[in-house]
Design a protein around this ligand. Structure first.
Ligand SMILES: *Cc1c(COP(=O)(O)O)cnc(C)c1O
Length: 392
């Protein structure tokens, strides 16, 4: 019956219409939905059934949680017309979405993604980490791709609602996190290249294990010289969906040769560090920490920014500047930062035929940075900077 319903939803507007109770059921409980005005607190739709399934435990082996996709119960949807404003966000059962084959996003790549995590504290409460920063980054990206964007409040509210609705999928403390994926896309149909006539903002989530199962496994990076991730004047500084598939070839080739990932160089001189596929890079020499300045071709990571703050707070000198590959090859330590990895030590970098190893392990600065940041994100270390948002 659910399938019939999906087929009948012939246009995109149906996405924003709550499904009727009883049309949809699953092994985890009765269907229910919530509707709420944008930026309001969670509010139950009057004729919906109970929201009881969130109290039931999910059948997940938390100790062996990996990175396989495990969708959760609910997703959030909010739409707007081209010149309009986003409003009437809606939480529905997690479901497939329908798009016109002419939708701007699938023809011309008018789309942006975001990524953040919710952790469960020891007291059971849930913590978001700097969600306003994701909201601001999405706004910058929307401006670059000529899209309207939810306000910061709408964005953060949508994340909270999505996390609360999927609360039972947030792993116990120490077992992982709930990965949250906000997406903004030109969902309306266009023929010639132009901004889409309608936009959809979605938030959905999936539990993920800790990136490092047993201790921290250092990354082996390969310096990519043939392919580039971003060019000056392009979209490298925003999370445009079109930035990612183009990198599959380089990282696939590196992985097939036994490397963890690629490190990209600037596309003009092929000499200066940019970043790794989905994480920013830092080098350590003596007690100076350096990272490439964000100049338009590097994604300004929220983890990057947070690590810069933590390092300075702990008395380290941190420089954001141009860094050559030769300088990296002479560093004491190299590490990567990003929502997925938090802070990942780099064990080796291979540039042309030269493989250099770097300090890793418990004595490494990367380990200190990892423990401090993860401690703040999980509520184990006091958050003096007001970065975390506690829910429930
Ligand atoms: C998302 C992303 C990062 C890391 O950003 P965080 O906000 O720290 O997760 C780094 N580089 C690229 C290309 C990314 O897409």
């Amino acid at each position: 019956m659910a399938a019939t319903m999906v087929q009948r939803s012939a246009n995109l507007c149906s996405l924003a219409r709550p499904l009727r109770v009883g049309s949809f059921s699953s092994k985890i409980g009765a269907y229910s939905s919530y509707i709420s005005p944008a930026a309001s607190s969670l509010q139950q739709e009057s004729d919906s059934t109970t929201y009881s399934d969130v109290d039931e435990r999910v059948d997940v082996d938390w100790d062996n949680l990996g990175f396989g996709l495990m969708p959760t119960d609910y997703m959030y949807t909010m739409k707007c017309a081209k010149e309009g404003n986003f409003e009437h966000g809606l939480l529905t059962r997690y479901q497939n979405i329908e798009l016109s084959p002419f939708a701007g996003v699938i023809n011309y790549g008018q789309g942006l993604l975001e990524g953040t995590k919710a952790y469960r504290k020891e007291n059971g409460n849930l913590l978001l980490f700097r969600p306003d920063q994701n909201a601001i980054r999405m706004k910058i990206g929307a401006e670059r791709l000529c899209m309207p964007c939810p306000s910061v409040d709408q964005f953060v509210d949508a994340l909270k609602q999505t996390v609360i609705a999927n609360e039972r999928w947030v792993p116990p403390p120490g077992k992982g996190s709930l990965y949250i994926r906000p997406l903004l896309m030109g969902s309306g149909p266009v023929l010639g290249l132009a901004p889409a006539p309608e936009y959809t903002f979605l938030v959905y989530a999936a539990p993920v294990g800790n990136y490092f199962k047993s201790g921290i496994a250092p990354l082996d990076l390969y310096v990519e010289e043939e392919y580039h991730r971003a060019t000056s004047g392009g979209t490298g500084f925003v999370k445009a969906i079109s930035n990612y598939a183009q990198g599959l070839k380089a990282s696939g080739r590196a992985k097939s040769r036994g490397f963890s990932d690629v490190l990209y160089l600037d596309s003009v001189e092929k000499k200066y560090l940019e970043e790794v596929t989905c994480s920013n890079i830092f080098i350590v020499k003596g007690d100076v920490i350096s990272t490439p300045a964000t100049n338009g071709t590097i994604l300004p990571g929220i983890t990057r920014k947070s690590i810069i703050d933590i390092a300075r707070h702990n008395g380290y000198k941190v420089e954001e500047r141009v860094i050559s590959i030769d300088e990296l090859m002479n560093a004491d330590e190299v590490f990567c930062t990003g929502t997925a990895v938090v802070v990942a030590p780099v064990g080796s970098v291979t540039y042309q035929t030269n493989r250099i190893e770097f300090r890793t392990g418990l004595q490494a600065l990367s380990h200190q940075m990892y423990s401090t940041l993860l401690g703040i994100q999980t509520g184990v270390i006091e958050d003096v900077k007001g970065w975390t948002v506690e829910i429930q």
